[in-house]
Design a protein around this ligand. Structure first.
Ligand code: C2E
Ligand code: MG
Ligand code: MG
Length: 550
C-alpha cells in the first residue's frame, strides 16, 4: 500500500468533505496556473469557475510590489519542494483585499520538478478587520504598542494647531519581504518588536507610529543629524534572530513642519516620496527630499488641489489639432486636446495633468468635459454638411467604469452628435488593461456597433505586444511621434516606420503619423504609403473659436 496517501476509507472521504466545506481550496499546476478552485474560494474571491481556470496565483494577489514579492517568496519555497504556511493578504476579483491563513503544499515529480500545488486557506478577514477596528478605537498598533496611523494623524494635527516646529520622519525596513530569516510569523513579530525597542530607546519620549507592516513614523523636534544618527545606533545595537545578528538596512524620508509642508496629508506624502527616492537609489539612508524633487512635488500637490476648482470654474479648455488625409487631400479629423492655464501655476500640460487626474479620479470629469466639447464641435461640422470627425483621448481609468459607455452615449444624445463622427484614442497601456477586462471590451464593442471608432495612439511607444490587435475593435493606429522625430536622421527608424505602415495596412487599419513637423517628413511618410498625418506641419492645436467651419 502507498503509505504517503490516505487509504480510501470513510474517514478519508469525510476529511476531504470537511476540508471542502470549511476551507478555501485551490490547485495549480507547476507553473502556478489554477486548475481547480472550490466553491468557498469562488464565493470569497468573486471569481467564476470558468474565469479562474488558467489564471495564475499571482493574479489572486494585489499587484502592489510588496504583495507580488510575497507570492514570489512563497513560490520559490514551493519550487524547492518545501511547503509554505502563513498569513497573507489576497485580492478578490474586484480588487478588494481579503486575508487568509494559507498552507501551500507542492507535489514534485521524480526528478524534483514542481508539478502541482495544493492550497488550503482559511478566511480570517473578519478577525483582521476586528483587530484593525480595535486598533482604530484604541489608536494603538496591537503588535508593537506604538500609535496607529489614526492616532498619528490626530497628534500631527494637534502639533500643527499649536504651531510646534517638528520633523516628520518616515522610516521603512528595507528588503523586509525578501528577508530569508523571516519565514515564520514568530520571527516577523520578534523582528518588529526588537526594531520598535530600538526606535523607542533612540527617539525617547517622541511620538512614534507604526504605519504598516514594516514602516514607521517618528515626530521629532531634533534636526537631520540626530535623525540620521539612528542608522548608526541600529548598527551598534543589532537585532538577534535565532542567535544571528541582523544588519538591518532602513530607508527614510524627512519633512519639516512648517518649513516644507503645512498639512498632515502633505507631510505624509512628501516624507513617503523622500523615502521612495532613497529606496530608488539603493536604500540604506535617511534623507530629506532633494530640492528639485521638492519643487516638482509641490507643483503636483498644487495641481491636484486646484483641479476641482478648475473644473468648477470652467477654466479648462479644449484645443483642436487637425489631421490631414492623404487620399482626399484635406483635413478629415480634429483631435481634441485638453488645455489648462492657471494664474499661479501657468500652463499645465496634459502630460502633467492627466497622470494626476488619473490618480485623484477627476479624469472621469475631465474626460466627460472634453467629450462634451468635442462632440459639440463635431455637431457643428455635421450641421454644416461636412464629413469632419473628432478624435477624443481616453484613459484606462475612464473605461474601467461600467458606466463609461452610457456616459459617452448620453453625451452623444445631448450634443446631437452622430456616433460615426467620433473616434476614441487610447494608448497601449489602456489596450493591455482592456484585454484583461471583459467589461471594457464589451463596452467598446457596443460603442463600435453604434458607429464609434477606436484609434490606438502612440503606437510602438509602450509594450511590444500586438496581441490586443486581435481582440480589440481598433480601426486605426497612430504611430508615436518619437519615430517621426527620428525619421530623417536614423535609417533604422525609416525601415521601422516603413515596416509598421505596411504591417498596419495589411491588418486593414487606417494608419496615421503624429508629430509631423516638416515637409521632408511629410513627403517621406506619403511615399511610404501613410493614410494621414498630424503635427505642426499641418497645424497646431487651436481653440474652436479660431477654426473656421466650412
Ligand atoms: P497625444 O494624444 O499623443 O497627443 C499628441 C500630442 O502631441 C499633443 O500634446 C500635441 O500638442 C503634440 N503635438 C502635436 N503635433 C506635434 C508636433 O508636430 N511636434 C510635437 N513635438 N508635438 C506635437 P499635448 O496636447 O501636450 O497632449 C499630450 C498627451 O496628453 C496626449 O498625447 C494625450 O495622450 C494626453 N491628452 C491630451 N488631452 C487629453 C484628454 O482630454 N484626455 C486624456 N485622457 N488624455 C489627453
Ligand atoms: Mg492622441
Ligand atoms: Mg499620440
Amino acid at each position: 500500500m502507498n503509505t504517503t496517501s490516505l487509504p480510501e476509507t470513510k474517514e478519508h472521504h469525510s476529511l476531504v468533505d470537511s476540508l471542502d466545506r470549511y476551507q478555501l481550496v485551490t490547485h495549480t499546476d507547476g507553473e502556478g496556473l489554477i486548475t481547480y478552485a472550490n466553491q468557498n474560494y469562488l464565493t470569497v474571491s468573486g471569481w467564476t469557475p470558468k474565469r479562474i481556470i488558467g489564471k495564475s496565483i499571482w493574479q489572486m494577489f494585489s499587484d502592489a510590489p510588496a504583495s507580488q514579492q510575497t507570492v514570489n517568496t512563497i513560490w520559490d519555497r514551493l519550487l524547492s519542494g518545501k511547503s509554505w504556511s502563513g498569513k497573507v493578504e489576497k485580492m478578490t476579483r474586484d480588487g478588494e483585499p481579503f486575508f487568509v491563513n494559507m498552507l501551500a503544499v507542492p507535489t514534485l515529480s521524480d526528478d524534483g520538478e514542481l508539478q502541482s500545488v495544493f492550497f488550503l486557506e482559511l478566511d480570517i478577514t473578519e478577525d483582521i478587520r476586528l483587530q484593525e477596528k480595535l486598533g482604530e478605537i484604541a489608536f494603538i498598533d496591537v503588535e508593537t504598542g506604538l500609535m496607529s496611523r489614526h492616532k498619528l494623524e490626530q497628534v500631527v494635527n494637534e502639533s500643527i494647531k499649536l504651531g510646534q516646529h517638528f520633523s516628520f520622519v518616515y522610516l521603512t525596513i528595507d528588503h523586509y519581504f525578501t528577508m530569508k530569516e523571516l519565514q515564520s510569523t514568530e520571527s516577523e513579530t520578534q523582528l518588529i518588536q526588537e526594531f520598535t525597542n530600538r526606535l523607542k530607546r533612540y527617539f525617547q519620549d517622541m511620538p512614534i507610529a507604526r504605519i504598516d507592516t514594516n514602516s514607521f513614523v517618528v515626530l521629532t523636534a531634533f534636526g537631520d543629524w540626530y535623525i540620521q544618527g539612528f542608522y548608526d545606533f541600529l548598527k551598534q545595537q543589532p537585532i538577534y534572530l535565532s542567535h544571528n545578528a541582523q544588519t538591518l538596512s532602513i530607508s527614510g524620508g524627512i519633512v519639516r513642519f512648517p518649513e516644507d509642508q503645512k498639512t498632515y496629508t502633505q507631510l505624509y506624502k512628501v516624507a513617503l516620496t523622500a523615502a521612495d527616492e532613497v529606496i530608488s537609489q539603493g536604500g540604506g539612508r535617511i534623507a530629506s527630499l532633494s530640492a528639485e524633487s521638492h519643487k516638482i512635488l509641490n507643483r503636483r500637490l498644487e495641481i491636484d488641489q486646484k483641479m476641482l476648482t478648475a473644473l468648477d470654474r470652467n477654466s479648462l479648455h479644449v484645443a483642436y489639432q487637425p489631421q490631414f488625409d492623404i487620399a482626399s487631400d484635406g483635413i478629415n479629423c480634429y483631435e481634441a486636446l485638453v488645455r489648462w492655464e492657471d494664474e499661479d501655476l501657468g500652463i499645465i500640460s496634459p502630460d502633467e495633468l492627466i497622470p494626476i487626474a488619473e490618480e485623484n479620479g477627476l479624469i472621469e470629469e475631465i474626460g466627460a468635459y472634453v467629450a462634451e466639447e468635442a462632440m459639440t464641435f463635431a455637431t457643428k461640422w455635421h450641421r454644416a454638411g461636412t464629413e469632419m470627425t473628432v478624435s477624443i483621448n481616453s484613459s484606462v481609468r475612464e473605461s474601467l467604469n461600467p458606466q463609461w459607455k452610457d456616459r459617452l452615449i448620453s453625451i452623444l444624445n445631448e450634443t446631437g452628435c452622430p456616433a460615426n463622427k467620433v473616434y476614441i484614442e487610447f494608448t497601449e497601456k489602456f489596450a493591455l488593461k482592456a484585454e484583461e477586462e471583459q467589461s471594457v471590451i464589451s463596452q467598446m464593442s457596443e460603442l463600435q456597433n453604434l458607429g464609434m471608432q477606436f484609434t490606438l495612439d502612440d503606437f510602438g511607444s509602450g509594450y511590444a505586444s500586438l496581441r490586443y490587435l486581435q481582440h480589440l475593435p481598433i480601426s486605426s493606429i497612430k504611430l508615436d511621434r518619437l519615430f517621426i522625430e527620428n525619421l530623417l536622421s536614423n535609417p533604422k527608424t525609416q525601415k521601422l516606420v516603413e515596416g509598421m505602415i505596411r504591417f498596419s495596412k495589411s491588418m486593414g487599419l487606417y494608419t496615421i503619423a503624429e508629430g509631423v513637423s516638416s515637409e521632408q517628413q511629410f513627403d517621406m511618410l506619403k511615399n511610404m504609403g501613410i493614410d494621414a498625418v498630424q503635427g505642426h506641419y499641418i497645424g497646431i492645436p487651436l481653440p474652436a473659436e479660431q477654426i473656421k467651419i466650412s
